[in-house]
Design a protein around this ligand. Structure first.
Ligand SMILES: Nc1ncnc2c1ncn2[C@@H]1O[C@H](COP(=O)(O)OP(=O)(O)OP(=O)(O)O)[C@@H](O)[C@H]1O
Length: 646
């Protein structure tokens, strides 16, 4: 946690001198923050990245369809094979009613003749063999389709994850983690299913509907005419009512999704909930949501009951009508019993194929929706260009001279608030400098800009004379290490976390880094030592322990520029001194410390003080700055000392 020592502000009086004031809170300009707040509220309310919404509007559905099918291109072979097998299995399926009709005729009439002069045994064996072939083709089709689908899911997930990892921080400021994860897990699945399983089912339904209808007409045009009066209305009813149920079920799913997101957040922050005794409140909130889901699910249950009951009844009534009308035709000798059986079976096939076809369209539309969410990620070029072809900086050659040259910067989510304006700083190679200033004035932003999490809007940042934007980003980042204010460790062991900074580090190097960061003595005392599991985000370590492990991790990366953002704030004076002494002993490393505490600031060769206008208002050594009694820094320190005394 950040030490709230400099919450007081420093104001410039009408005489141009600086005064410390004990007014709490930030002195950010109010007019600009009002308009920013409205932009932010908009974003939060819709829960969508406005940039994505804009792009989605531009994309026509037709284009999205095409693109969706293009995604399946690498799977064309498997899908082609599956379509071939589908034709085989569908042909077999479509022959079934016809054969059944023939068999009925053969076994019920004395004159029935077996086609091709076959014996009954041969006929049954032939049909059996054909069914086996159909079954094998069907099994093959399902395997090919599923394999193609899974390959597509794996490929998409890999691509999407890669794209997410390479995005700039502005993107992460706008998008919620839960939403990105659901794109990775659910949307990839929906997209893949919609063009593999679903296309195969749609194709099968089309073949069934067309061939079934053709065969019905071939067997008995009159009975087909009668059936066409009965089956389509029932199928249509089933389709529309089915859609209504689907809508209900989607709403339930969405409500469950929302509940999952909220409960996940509350459970992962259960300490805060318990600390504020808000358990009952959270339970009540959860209960409201759970009741809402139950209400929706109850409606769905009622509707489903009606649907299935109604479907069964409609099916049976249709059958009755069919038997009545068809039976009369058989009695009049207009058609054979076998033909009536065939038409009855075909009409059942056609009915189910029709409803299959409508669900095909709605599934493809679902795929288009999920696809557009993926396309946005696949297409989004990070605002911070990684500049792979840029100047490559090597750790062995980098001097570590840094210059902020008239830097202007606004966060992408708050374009109305300028954090920096004309910020200029010159940091000599291998020096120890500090950034000071009141809370919320952009000290951590300096670190974010140095790591190029964001690009500056005006001016430039130079490293050894190169504009950071012209440098290969990965090469620069491999020269820099940062220990953030509240370092996060990965759920894993201490060793795994340390190796994250340098996977090649030897055991001796790891221990040396831990010693430098004053962490070895406590790690050594853990029963599992470096194999101690640190818990999710490192929660099973104290704040100070986490900070020191993070410092060791940064040291292991052997940086030429080290940024410490309040990296020792959780340590007591003695421990902090030990860590800072060890860091001071680092050779050929430029160390930039962001700090509030006088004890930390005092050690720096030069301090840059960021003022209210987002620029450096003063710089110099601690002693020089403090000596200027009218200066900003002097008043900042005075305010801090006054707060200490209180
Ligand atoms: N990701 C972000 N998106 C939008 N605004 C941000 C973001 N991060 C910080 N800010 C805003 O930028 C300003 C500077 O923040 P920064 O964290 O750099 O301040 P700081 O000087 O390090 O403060 P502190 O001493 O409290 O840590 C603040 O007004 C803050 O609200």
């Amino acid at each position: 946690m950040r030490t709230p020592l400099l919450t007081s502000t420093v104001a410039r009086g009408s005489d141009g001198r600086y005064y410390s004031t004990s007014r709490p809170g930030s002195s950010q300009s109010t007019s600009s923050s009002t308009s920013t707040a409205s932009t932010e509220k908009e974003n939060v309310r819709h829960g969508v990245d406005p940039e994505e919404a804009k792009q989605a509007k531009k994309t026509a559905t037709g284009q999205a369809w095409l693109r969706l099918f293009r995604l399946a291109r690498p799977e064309y072979r498997l899908l082609g094979g599956a379509v071939g097998l589908l034709l085989v299995s569908s042909s077999v399926t479509m022959v079934v009613p016809f054969s059944m009709g023939k068999i009925v005729d053969i076994v019920t009439s004395a004159q029935g003749t077996i086609p091709f002069g076959l014996t009954p045994g041969q006929m049954f064996a032939g049909l059996g063999a054909m069914f086996v072939a159909g079954a094998v083709a069907n099994a093959g089709r399902v395997m090919l389709i599923r394999t193609a689908g899974q390959r597509m899911i794996a490929r998409l997930r890999r691509q999407i994850f890669g794209r997410i990892m390479s995005q700039d921080q502005g993107f992460f400021d706008r998008n919620r983690t839960g939403d990105l994860v659901s794109r990775l897990s659910t949307d990839t699945m929906v997209v893949s299913k919609s063009i593999t399983n679903n296309v195969s089912d749609g194709l099968r339904a089309s073949i069934s509907a067309a061939a079934g209808l053709g065969m019905m007409i071939y067997v008995s045009p009159k009975l087909t005419g009668i059936m066409l009066g009965i089956v389509p209305p029932i199928a249509l009813w089933a389709v529309f009512y089915g859609r209504y149920i689907k809508r209900l079920s989607r709403r339930t799913q969405e409500a469950v999704g929302e509940l999952t997101k909220v409960s996940e957040e509350r459970i992962s922050n259960v300490r805060t909930v318990q600390a504020f005794s808000r358990e009952a409140h959270e339970e009540a909130r959860f209960d409201v949501e759970a009741q809402r889901i139950f209400g929706l699910a109850k409606r769905e249950a009622l509707a489903s009951g009606l649907f299935f009951g109604g479907n069964g009844l409609a099916g049976n009534l249709a059958l009755l009508a069919f038997l009545g009308l068809g039976g009369r035709m058989v009695m009049r000798g207009e058609i054979s019993l076998g033909d009536m059986t065939s038409v009855m079976m075909y009409s059942a096939y056609v009915g189910s194929a029709l409803s299959g076809l409508t669900s095909f369209f709605s599934e493809v539309m679902k795929g288009v929706g999920a696809g557009s969410r993926l396309f946005y990620l696949l297409d989004r070029a990070p605002e911070v260009d990684r500049n792979e072809d840029g100047i490559v900086l090597s750790r062995s050659q980098l001097q570590g001279a840094i210059r902020f040259d008239g830097v202007g910067f606004r966060y992408p989510t708050r374009p109305d608030v300028a954090v920096f304006q004309g910020l200029t700083m010159e940091i000599a190679p291998g020096s120890r400098v500090a950034i000071a200033g009141p809370s919320g004035k952009g000290k951590s932003t300096v670190a974010a800009l140095l790591l190029r999490f964001y690009d500056v809007h005006e001016g430039r940042i130079l490293v050894d004379g190169h504009d950071l934007r012209a440098v290969n980003l990965a090469s620069w980042r491999s020269c820099v290490a940062m220990v953030p204010q509240d370092p996060i460790l990965f759920a894993g062991t201490i060793r795994e976390n340390l190796l994250y900074g340098n996977p090649q580090a030897t055991e001796a190097e790891i221990i040396a880094a831990l010693q430098r960061a004053d962490a070895w003595h406590f790690v050594e005392r853990f029963p599992a030592q470096m194999d101690t599991y640190v818990g999710e985000r490192g929660v099973s370590l104290s704040g100070g322990q986490r900070q020191r492990i993070a410092i060791a991790r940064a040291l292991l990366a052997r940086p030429r520029v080290l940024i410490l953002d309040e990296a020792t704030s959780a340590l007591d004076g003695t421990r902090e001194r030990r860590v800072l002494d060890a860091l001071d002993a680092l050779e050929d490393v430029t160390v930039i410390t962001i700090a509030h505490r006088a004890s930390t600031l005092r050690r720096s060769e030069r301090i840059f003080v960021i003022g209210d206008d987002g620029s450096v208002v003063e710089d110099g050594s601690y002693a020089q700055l403090l000596a200027n009694e009218d200066g900003y820094f002097h008043h900042l320190m005075a305010a801090q000392a006054a707060e200490h005394r209180e």
